[in-house]
Design a protein around this ligand. Structure first.
Ligand code: TYD
Length: 130
């Protein structure tokens, strides 16, 4: 988990995320997810190259990560100044979105569908092949 400084004053908060300073990569792409209902599971893939930082800038969701070697962990994203760093080759599921959830995703790479592994069996095979 990453904690970003909240530059707060009486006008509100301002959170800064700079590539290679607050997160361990330069940001090539951002996207954000909102309007996902509570029962929806998103993600369900791994990335061969992309690193991500996920921040719920509003609302909350959960992120389950697996390493393909039997380890898994669930993280709750529910603060606009807290992010999760996801290195390549983790399987990730995002779920339990609150109605007001806005999940900001910072990525180290431009979009390339070919570096997404969306089949879990293929993912396990890729992990085992190193
Ligand atoms: P998808 O990867 O299924 O989203 P999530 O993992 O959050 O559930 O992406 C949904 C669609 O958007 C899919 O058709 C691919 C496309 N897409 C892009 O074109 N560029 C992007 O940067 C992303 C993240 C998705």
């Amino acid at each position: 988990m990453l904690e970003f400084p909240q530059n707060g004053d009486e006008r509100g908060h301002l959170v800064i995320v700079e590539g290679m300073q607050d997160i361990p990569f330069n940001i090539a792409r951002i996207f954000y997810i909102y309007g996902s209902e509570g029962g929806v599971v998103r993600g369900q893939h791994a990335n061969r190259r992309s690193q991500f930082v996920l921040i719920n800038v509003a609302g909350s969701c959960k992120v389950k990560v697996k390493d393909g070697r039997g380890n898994e962990a669930v993280f709750v994203l529910n603060r606009p100044h807290t992010g999760i760093y996801l290195p390549p080759m983790l399987w990730k599921d995002m779920y339990d979105f609150s109605p007001d959830s806005v999940l900001l995703c910072l990525a180290s790479e431009h979009y390339d569908a070919a570096e997404y592994i969306r089949d879990y069996e293929e993912y396990i095979k890729a992990v085992n092949e190193g």
